[in-house]
Design a protein around this ligand. Structure first.
Ligand code: ADP
Ligand code: 5GP
Length: 190
């Protein structure tokens, strides 16, 4: 059956992976569908429940952990959970899709471990931590506190890059998109 492959995108927050993933989803021949994660963080302006994330409370999230409903989950910051629901991945495979994940670095490595034979794990690397900070400031989604936390975590996440199958440096966005397109074509269209 067509579909059934997994492409994982991981990066420190602000590296540009959401931007790149959106571009890949537009390429029809890749037959990709986005795995919608569950999270207990609040939606940003413009984000929709059931599109960007399944937005649920921290309490509901903890209940689902107890029920073993997640393939993997993380508590990135206190009471701010993110996780991949088994039901979501099954839903997309049943539709004959290749599934694309936009998850944090540790989550990406865990998903790769869960599906070693059919997953490609891609690390999107910012040119530097200073540039990452500039992008997060420009995106305008962070408080001073959350910016500090994301940058601290980014340093650790950058150290895990070499565990991924492919590393793409997102300096020039258009170049990074083209490189990613080439990598996905080789993996999905063979
Ligand atoms: P992530 O999903 O990794 O957190 P985003 O895709 O939201 O990152 O990108 C973070 C910000 O940086 C966004 O405002 C985006 O438009 C911008 N951005 C992405 N790639 C580049 C790039 N190559 N150069 C400059 N800005 C970029
Ligand atoms: P944001 O709040 O910017 O949407 O996401 C914060 C971080 O959580 C990002 O690195 C994002 O990729 C990650 N993330 C989103 N969904 C999941 C998930 O299901 N599992 C894991 N491990 N991380 C996730």
């Amino acid at each position: 059956m067509a579909g059934g492959k997994i492409v994982i995108f991981s990066a420190p927050s602000g590296a540009g992976k959401t931007t790149i993933v959106h571009e890949m989803l537009k390429i029809k021949e890749f037959n990709l569908a986005f795995s919608i994660s569950a999270t207990s963080r609040k939606p940003r302006p413009g984000e929709k429940n059931g599109v960007d994330y399944y937005f649920i409370s921290a309490q509901e999230f903890k209940q689902k952990i107890e029920n073993n409903e997640f393939i993997e989950w993380v508590e990135v910051y206190k009471d701010q959970f993110y996780g991949t629901l088994r039901s979501e991945v099954e839903r997309l495979f049943a539709m004959g899709k290749n599934v694309v994940f936009d998850v944090d670095v540790v989550g990406g490595l865990n998903i790769k471990k869960a599906y070693p034979d059919r997953a490609l794990a891609i690390f999107i690397k910012p040119p530097s931590i200073e540039e990452l900070k500039r992008r997060l400031l420009k995106r305008g989604t962070e408080t001073e506190e959350s910016l500090k936390k994301r940058l601290e975590r980014a340093k650790y996440e950058m150290s895990l890059a070499d565990r991924f199958d492919v590393v793409i440096v997102n300096d020039n966005l258009q170049k990074a998109i083209e490189e990613t397109r080439g990598v996905l074509a080789a993996f999905l269209l063979d």
